[in-house]
Design a protein around this ligand. Structure first.
Ligand SMILES: Cc1cc2nc3c(=O)[nH]c(=O)nc-3n(C[C@H](O)[C@H](O)[C@H](O)COP(=O)(O)OP(=O)(O)OC[C@H]3O[C@@H](n4cnc5c(N)ncnc54)[C@H](O)[C@@H]3O)c2cc1C
Length: 458
């Protein structure tokens, strides 16, 4: 496996991607963690920070950062996949607000650890600007701010921008307005996850790479090379979870794909903006996301790749020329200064996990010692840190503000068996795409997309 080819980010880490030693045979631990992405590594980090005597072993099928953590858009945001109103409906208004505040704090916490551990990951706490480029998008921007106000969030959390203010941050074509939140940092995601792996090793955690877990059961993570026995087993496999026996319907792996341009000139950046390295998107239904990288490129991504039958995850699915071409076109529409032939140097993608009710969760079943976190729907860079801190408290039996948050021990229903799952996920993706096209044509909000979003309870 040529790991640097998996993403622009993995090709620009500050170390060779030589795998760490595999698991040599049977062993014992206090906690065994399956998966060395952010979730697994943050959990190891906070467990050993709280109790340096704990023996923590991490088992990773490939290398640390092989999954979404080494390939994402690098938005360390306070976004949470379940909206405030949906959380409030399920858990009450105070719990919903506590969740949002915890997410705000999480962005600061990641920044604190990045500094404390000396992780060189181009951290830029520039916030996020989400543009409105159609009347329907502007309606959604206004509605989002109105909802935030109704929950007591103020201008310091989310503010409505007029066309001039939005363009001053991100001078895309046809900007009518937008929203801005300070609660996001742009990061080089692979340097973050690789730096985190080194940080946990400094704290005595053992990471075995190229060690695929074939079964997770109470008290054990089983691999072809041997079994790690531990009273607590943490599943931190996110979009890859369906590959584990008995977990095929736990999350649906949905692919997000990205492109990166060559470094842009100072004149091009003067035309585009993003001077504070704000992450950026717009208020369309089918998610797009971008950042100005530390070395002056545009890294830009979006969903829209198909869901694959049987929740299959394959390296071949990381590349979808149709989606790369669409991303390139979108970038050129947003920023005509890039010309029709946007200078793209890298293309890649990866799977992220979506639970049936769109709800991320973290938890520990005390009876079995099985713990998990995931289902972040593409918002896992920040959320996985909150998951790691929460799992550390749950595993150590500490009741805390974190363990009282509403996503803790939430059990999402399982996805339907195939072919219903395939039909449902791909139909949803198509509805969002056609809604965006219709809104561009008519400038009216799409009722089909609104109904679909409501059906999801999102
Ligand atoms: C293209 C893309 C863009 C994204 N952009 C953003 C963004 O800008 N902001 C944001 O917040 N989120 C984003 N996300 C989502 C975010 O990257 C993920 O939510 C986050 O990285 C999840 O971290 P994780 O550790 O839970 O999972 P992963 O990073 O996927 O790690 C899971 C690990 O488990 C390993 N594994 C799987 N099965 C086994 C097994 N059987 N045995 C051993 N190891 C196993 C895998 O190899 C992998 O390393 C994006 C995702 C993608 C794909």
């Amino acid at each position: 496996m040529r790991y640097p080819e998996l993403s622009y980010w993995l090709s620009t880490v500050d170390e060779p991607l030589a795998p760490r030693p595999s698991l040599p045979g049977d062993t014992l631990a206090d906690v065994v963690i399956v998966g060395a992405g952010y979730t697994g590594l943050w959990t190891a980090y906070y467990l050993t920070a709280a109790d340096p005597t704990l023996r923590v072993v991490v088992l990773e099928a490939e290398i640390a950062g092989y999954g979404a953590s080494g390939r994402n858009g690098g938005w360390c945001s306070a976004l949470f996949p379940t909206s405030l109103p949906a959380l409030a409906r399920r858990h009450g208004r105070d719990a919903a607000l506590a969740m949002q505040r915890a997410m705000h704090e999480t962005v600061r916490e990641v920044g604190r650890v990045v500094a404390a551990e000396g992780i060189d990951c181009d951290w830029a706490y520039g916030g996020t600007v989400v543009l409105a480029r159609t009347a329907a998008q502007l309606d959604r921007a206004r509605a989002e701010v109105a909802t935030a106000r109704a929950y007591g969030l103020d201008d310091g959390d989310l503010v409505l921008l007029d066309a001039t203010e939005a363009s001053a941050r991100c001078a895309a074509e046809g900007v009518l307005g937008g929203t801005y939140t300070p609660h996001c940092a742009a990061v080089h995601p692979a340097r973050l996850v690789r730096g985190l792996a080194r940080a946990v090793e400094r704290r005595g955690v053992t990471i075995h790479e190229r060690t695929r877990v074939t079964a997770v059961r109470p008290g054990a993570a089983v691999t072809p090379a041997g079994t790690v026995r531990a009273p607590v087993v943490v599943r931190a496999t996110e979009g890859y979870t369906p590959g584990l026996p008995g977990l095929r319907r736990t999350v649906a792996p949905v692919y997000s794909l990205m492109i990166a341009t060559e470094p842009l000139t100072a004149a091009t950046w003067a035309a585009i903006g993003l001077a504070a390295r704000e992450t950026f998107a717009d208020h369309r239904h089918m998610v797009i996301y971008g950042q100005r990288t530390g070395d002056g490129r545009l890294a830009f991504g979006g969903r829209g790749a198909p869901y694959h039958f049987g929740s299959r995850v394959r390296p071949a699915y990381d590349r979808e020329p149709r989606v790369f071409a669409a991303l390139r076109r979108t970038l050129s529409e947003l920023f005509p200064v890039l010309g029709p032939d946007v200078p793209v140097t890298h293309t890649w993608g990866g799977p992220l996990g979506v639970a049936r009710d769109w709800a991320a969760s973290v938890g520990l079943d005390r009876a079995t010692g099985l713990a998990w976190a995931g289902g972040y729907v593409g918002d896992g860079v920040g959320t996985s840190n909150l998951a790691g801190r929460t799992l550390a408290d749950l595993i150590r039996g500490e009741d805390s503000d974190l363990t009282a948050l509403p996503w803790v021990n939430h059990r999402s229903p399982r996805w339907e068996p195939e072919p219903v799952r395939w039909l449902a996920v791909n139909t949803g993706l198509k509805i969002m795409q056609s809604a965006d096209r219709a809104e561009l044509r008519t400038s009216r909000p799409s009722r089909r997309a609104a109904t679909f979003t409501r059906l999801l309870g999102h």
